[in-house]
Design a protein around this ligand. Structure first.
Ligand SMILES: Nc1nc2c(ncn2[C@@H]2O[C@H](COP(=O)(O)OP(=O)(O)OP(=O)(O)O)[C@@H](O)[C@H]2O)c(=O)[nH]1
Length: 322
């Protein structure tokens, strides 16, 4: 058996999957309708919407299969997300990548597989719409076109989820996405009595960038700052653009005294960007923090309010200093 290599965009792909907050959610009719349709149209026993997570493939919708997930290293879909086109295995017994795969030699005895990648609007391939049969079979151009159409309909459902949770300009979570993700992470911290720190960033004199250099330049600055946050923080930190030039970050398992290196990295990268880009203005920000100690639980709203107030105080003090 040959396990699939990781796609080049694996980190960004996984963070898109996290932002969607779709993993381990209940079945939904809008996806089940499409897998039912696929099973009927192609006369196959199994049709799935599979999402490829770090170590597993998890099924958002499964017709004809009773397990909610399988390990990633045995998954066919891990291979299918490596390209934009359909992965077609007419007979697994004739394919050295799959002939001794446990999903072939044991249940569900995959003999035929066709998987069409399903992308988020950002372009990252999240998983597939796939068909499985217990006997080898052909799959002509017409079948492939139909599978692509159905996969497109699955993509539209993910696009709707994505738009509700993601800031289109920067690809970070939006306010709603942040509240959903951060709420979940904070609940985990409270349960485990881990500390957490919230950072609230607001760009300085950003209106001036828009007014003087134009909206497109303002957009570039916002995207650049978002990239810096992504680069400087851990994949497990929740990062969002919650308003025009406002960004928030929830660092989980991090006490206030441990968050300074992360903040220093952000400062250093913003300084480096200003030197490198020479756009005629210097990007700068005010920032406030709020901490939750492991033994003193706070709500997300309380943390956000405290961090916002601290940011405002920082901005005022910078203004006074000129
Ligand atoms: N280019 C661009 N600008 C935006 C976007 N959303 C909001 N803005 C602008 O962001 C600016 C936010 O300005 P403010 O927060 O009021 O003020 P500021 O100039 O940053 O001032 P201080 O925060 O007090 O330093 C406004 O000019 C908005 O029009 C966007 O998506 N793209």
């Amino acid at each position: 058996m040959i396990a699939a290599p990781l796609p080049d965009d694996e980190n960004a792909r996984l963070s898109t999957l996290r932002v969607l907050r779709v993993l381990d959610t209940d079945p939904e009719e809008r996806f089940d309708r499409l897998t039912r349709m696929a099973r009927r149209l192609f006369q196959v026993p199994i049709a799935l919407v599979s999402l490829v997570d770090a170590d597993r493939q998890w099924f958002k919708s499964a017709q004809g299969l009773d397990v909610p997930e399988t390990p990633r290293d045995v998954s066919f879909c891990g291979h299918a997300i490596l390209s934009d086109d359909i992965l077609l295995i007419p007979d697994t017994h004739a394919d050295p990548r799959f002939v001794d795969n446990p999903l072939v030699t044991g249940a569900p005895h995959v003999r035929f597989y066709a998987g069409c990648p399903v992308r988020a609007p950002s372009g990252h391939r999240l998983g597939t719409l796939c068909l499985i049969d217990h006997v080898p079979r052909g799959f002509d151009e017409d079948d492939q076109a139909t599978l692509r159409d159905l996969a497109f309909m699955v993509e539209q459902q993910f696009a709707a989820m994505y738009m509700a949770m993601v800031d289109e300009l920067t690809g970070l979570a939006n306010r709603r996405g942040f509240e959903s993700q951060a709420g979940h992470v904070l609940a985990l911290c409270r349960r485990k009595q881990w500390p957490a720190t919230m950072l609230y960033f607001d760009l300085d004199h950003f209106k001036h960038v828009n007014d003087r250099y134009g909206h497109a330049e303002g957009d570039w600055a916002l995207k650049s700052f978002a990239d810096i946050l992504r680069f400087c923080l851990r994949a497990s930190d929740v990062i969002a653009r919650t308003g025009g030039d406002e960004f928030v970050v929830l660092l989980s398992g991090t006490a206030t005294e441990q968050m300074s290196p992360a903040l220093e990295r952000v400062r250093t990268q913003v300084g480096a960007l200003n030197l490198r880009a020479q756009r005629g203005y210097a990007l700068d920000f005010s920032v406030g923090d709020a901490a939750m100690a492991g033994d003193r639980p706070l709500t997300l709203e309380e943390l956000m309010q405290q961090a916002d107030a601290a940011m405002y105080a920082h901005k005022q003090s910078r203004r006074r200093m000129g």
